[in-house]
Ligand binder design. Sequence first.
Ligand SMILES: O=C1O[C@H](COP(=O)(O)O)[C@@H](O)[C@H](O)[C@H]1O
Length: 236
Amino acid sequence: MRTPQTGDAGVRWHRVQNAAALPGEACRRIRNAASDAIRQRGRFLIVLAGGDTPREVYAMLRSVDTDWSRWQVYFGDERCLPDDDAGRNSRMAAQAWLDHVPIPHDQVLVPPAEQGAAIAASAYARTLRDVGEFDLVLLGLGEDGHTAGLFPGRDLGVAAEAPDVLPVLDAPKPPSQRVSMSARRLSRTRAVLFLVAGASKRHAVRQWRLGNDIPARSIRPESGVDVVIQASLLCV
Ligand SMILES: O=C1O[C@H](COP(=O)(O)O)[C@@H](O)[C@H](O)[C@H]1O
């Protein structure tokens, strides 16, 4: 991980004209990361973001020309809800994308969040135990600056000894129980791509650019992070 940064050092901002242009740009970047990884290492390890912003990106990924048998899919965070609940991040990704492409079932690794945060965090940590560096981590940005299930004022798991997966018991955004990869584990990747759109994110983006301590700033892979962002959010 990087040493402490000032401001938004290590962050590359990539403007898209408006929210409608974000899925195309994100999809292009994901496709390129996948083809590089598959060509160089024979597989592509991707971590998915939840929430609303990636839904259209995921829908667009259905039509990418790739060898889906080489994809290995993880989730940066999951909400502790029944496994068929519409609020589950994994259900959104399945409906928008994963159910429509031939990724082998056992290569989509969903945290068992329906079992509650503590059990799910231990189980998902076991799933990740022998997984090395990810190829690409997708992340969103909440209105309060949260990313994955890492919320302001909570343990972000940045320390060298932080576990790979954290149980979240008091998230300020419902549901209060979640499971999240730690900032340390999310930073163990060749690339990070944040997807940011929507006027409600303006304040969080400003905090980020000012170098204030929002959870999104805790994601610090060696390679820095890329942010695909609606241009109007940078006009502050
Ligand atoms: O609750 C969550 O929120 C963030 C941001 O979601 P968005 O709806 O504002 O795009 C998301 O990245 C995270 O995975 C999710 O669980």
